[in-house]
Write a protein of this length. Structure first.
Lengths: 149, 53, 252
């Protein structure tokens, strides 16, 4: 084994070892690396009940109800398997709209609805001019599938 | 033209992003070139001092 | 092979070659940037969801790609210098770090400027944003290490080890949006299948990405020349080179 081979072996071991160690750490902390829970995970009882967490999903079309007197509003989030009702009072991002993916930060009530203190919009990885979007049928838009958590 | 600069109401986000990019590109181009010139000048001065000794 | 290359000759030849190549790289990147800007700000249509704010993509995505590409160059150069003792690897790795750090910072800031109007927040501790921030810290750590160790060869070795340890972060950045739920959207261009972006929007993006790539190489060549001059300042060829170029007209 020449010194060069030894150095090569050392560095290979270093990089592979780092990769393995990182993979194990990331596996252990997988839960914490998730930015949000889906309505299905909440239905399965995987979401924390004692502290704040984030929920992500699509806003069901036609589910948004606004209180005309205040900023209070509520809407239904879905991941196409389960649904969660979310209530919120505050400023919404520009991209908030029905059929759009959003992430809400807040707490689950004992009754199973979600009270949010912050609502963020998720946008998808598709970019196109409005004419092209209009010519695609809503159900064939890749938006819905890609944005579902 | 005003429409262009207004960026559909997002001017406050779009133009700073482009402006900062321009600054980063300019600094990346100018600073190393100046450093190279200064370095050459410095090395030339050193060489001259050693040559005259 | 690599090891038998004449150590000084390879740096000297790279120095001479880079002086011929770097002006062309600067010129080419300027032309590509101009074309990309005309396409991105002028010709590309408005996005159906994000309106005009999506135009930040033309500065955000190229700098984000470059932030990772520069790291791969830095780590590869570091590996070459460690395994084959290629001196050129040492100087290139050192030249990469400030470039990579500046483009990582730019990707983070332009991303925040995009996130505020679209997501509703400047920052989120999701896996993509956090791993990109870690990349910035890796670059800054490398730069600090170079500044802290006086012996250039020892500094280069320590830096190369740090760069190789941090390489694991690159696939994490890329796949973070698939492995975990994130606020950041998944990849558009590099996903399997056709890119989900209209062609009129895609072409300026590719132009801007190519422009920044060429720009990166142009600056890398200049920075590498500086590192070579400092590294080899006591050698005969540098003294000869400096003697030739010590006429004021050449320096100015």
């Amino acid at each position: 084994m020449t010194p060069r081979h030894r150095r090569m072996a050392t560095i290979t071991v270093l990089v592979v070892g780092m990769g393995l160690a990182t993979a194990l750490i990331l596996r252990a902390f997988n839960e914490n690396l998730m930015y949000f829970y889906s309505p299905s995970e909440i239905a399965a009882g995987k979401a924390p009940s004692a502290r704040d967490f984030r929920i992500g999903g699509m806003v069901v079309v036609g589910s948004v109800e606004r209180n005309p007197e205040s900023l209070e509003m509520s809407f239904t989030l879905t991941d196409y398997a389960h649904q969660t009702r979310v209530s919120y009072a505050g400023i919404l991002p520009d991209l908030f709209r029905e059929g759009q993916g959003i992430v809400a930060h807040g707490r689950l009530t004992p009754e199973g609805s979600f009270i949010a203190h912050e609502v963020l919009a998720k946008h998808d990885e598709n970019y196109m001019p409005p004419e092209v979007a209009a010519s695609l049928k809503p159900q064939s838009l890749p938006t819905t599938a890609a944005n579902a958590p | 033209m005003n429409d262009f600069f207004a960026m559909g109401g997002y001017a406050a986000f779009v133009w700073p992003a482009y402006g900062l990019t321009a600054v980063v590109l300019a600094l990346n181009a100018i600073l190393p070139c100046r450093r190279e010139r200064a370095l050459l000048r410095q090395l030339a001065a050193e060489a001259k001092r050693q040559g005259s000794q | 092979m690599f090891a038998s290359w004449h150590k000084y000759a390879s740096l000297m030849h790279f120095h001479a070659l880079s002086q011929r190549v770097s002006p062309w790289c600067f010129g080419l990147s300027a032309v590509l940037f101009a074309a990309g800007l005309i396409g991105g700000l002028g010709l590309a249509p408005t996005d159906y969801q994000q309106g005009e704010s999506f135009r930040i993509i033309y500065v955000h995505v190229p700098s984000a790609w470059l932030s990772m590409f520069a790291y791969i160059v830095m780590a590869t150069a570091g590996a070459l210098s460690l395994i084959w003792k290629v001196k050129l690897g040492e100087v290139i790795a050192r030249a990469c770090a400030p470039l990579g750090a500046s483009f990582t910072a730019l990707a983070l800031v332009t991303g925040a400027l995009w996130g505020k109007p679209m997501w509703g927040t400047w920052w989120a501790w999701d896996a993509r944003l956090t791993s990109e921030l870690l990349l910035l810290f890796l670059y800054l750590g490398y730069i600090a290490l170079q500044a802290a160790i006086d012996d250039r060869r020892a500094a280069a070795r320590a830096g190369a080890v740090l760069a190789l340890v941090g390489v694991v972060n690159i696939p994490i950045i890329h796949y973070s949006v698939e492995w975990w739920s994130t606020l950041h959207q998944p990849a558009t261009i590099t996903k399997l299948g056709a890119p989900s972006i209209a062609t009129s929007m895609l072409i300026p993006l590719l132009l801007m990405a190519f422009a920044s790539q060429v720009f990166f190489f142009a600056v890398l060549l200049v920075r590498t020349r500086c590192e070579i001059l400092e590294f080899e300042r006591h050698t005969q060829w540098v003294k000869a080179l400096v003697g030739r170029s010590s006429m004021p007209t050449v320096i100015a």
